[in-house]
Write a protein of this length. Sequence first.
Length: 358
Amino acid sequence: MTNPVTTQRSGRVPAQPGPGEAVEPMGDETPGTAAPAGERAGEGPLTGAPQTSPGEVIPGAGPSGKPGSRPTLKLREAGSDDPPRYAPEWLQLREPADAAARAHDLLDPLRTRLAGMPGRPGVAVVHDLGCGTGSMGRWLAPRLDGAQHWILHDRDPYLLHFAAVASPRSAADGSRVSVETRRGDVARLTPDALQGASLVTASALLDVLTREEVGTLAAACAGAGCPALLTLSVAGRVELTPSHPLDEEIAQAFNDHQRRDGLLGPDAVTAAAEAFSGHGATVRLHPSPWRLGPEQAALTEQWLRGWVGAAVEERPGLTAQAGAYLADRLEACGAGELSVTVHHTDLLALCPPVGGAS
């Protein structure tokens, strides 16, 4: 048996397939176009998260939960080249904060653009890159009118399964919403792969891409003549109340960790805006911060562990101070005395339509 995870639509979705429980293909799952699943430490799990004691810092670990709880990330029991499996529990935990943070002000210009796109009557085709468990579709599909067909892209078949099962079935006006899934990597994204697309969307994706990959994404969207709504990219700023003398140093170390291996991290939105603008797109940016208070204590705890863990991995000299810092912050969180604002930015790129007026 698998442990159930509650979802917004279907009530209970199996957390992970157990031994011998095959995940049936949901649509086209052949390698194709997609973004990598998962997110940088502090925004989502990256590495194995061993069980921890209160205040213990695990360098580089993503959010890990309380002692005795399941780690946020399960590593595959397969080849070393397989991508890691990102636990649906973490993605579910952050989903309400993501939904509250996304910029509603970008929806009206998006709706106007979708209504005016030439030569694409009928069903709107939406490509969701790095879909995870499908939270972007659950948020956006019910806010758009008209029939929609969502193509969910991710490298992880487990997450694709959950996303398909828990996807919305109706649009804002009651029109039908259908889904299919595809496995693949963002490096393969091409205009041909997006042929006929009405919209490309993603959540918490840009900051885990390289500049080259962002350029590939922008070129593909521009080549297909479709808009892109890319939400919740980290902005590199965090505010904790009450403040602590170590806040700024931890934040700087975390930002440096975000930029490892050529990833853009907090520079992603600027790079994406430049890339899309270079293809003639009109780009709109809007802040989309997480605002975490006592009601979000479980999410705050997980985020703190990942945020501090990434900082310590980047600057091992912080280890001794970070342990006491984390213990202090977790105590305040548990007492309902800590609030955190994690700044993000949403981006809407309105690429010129191919062969038609905007």
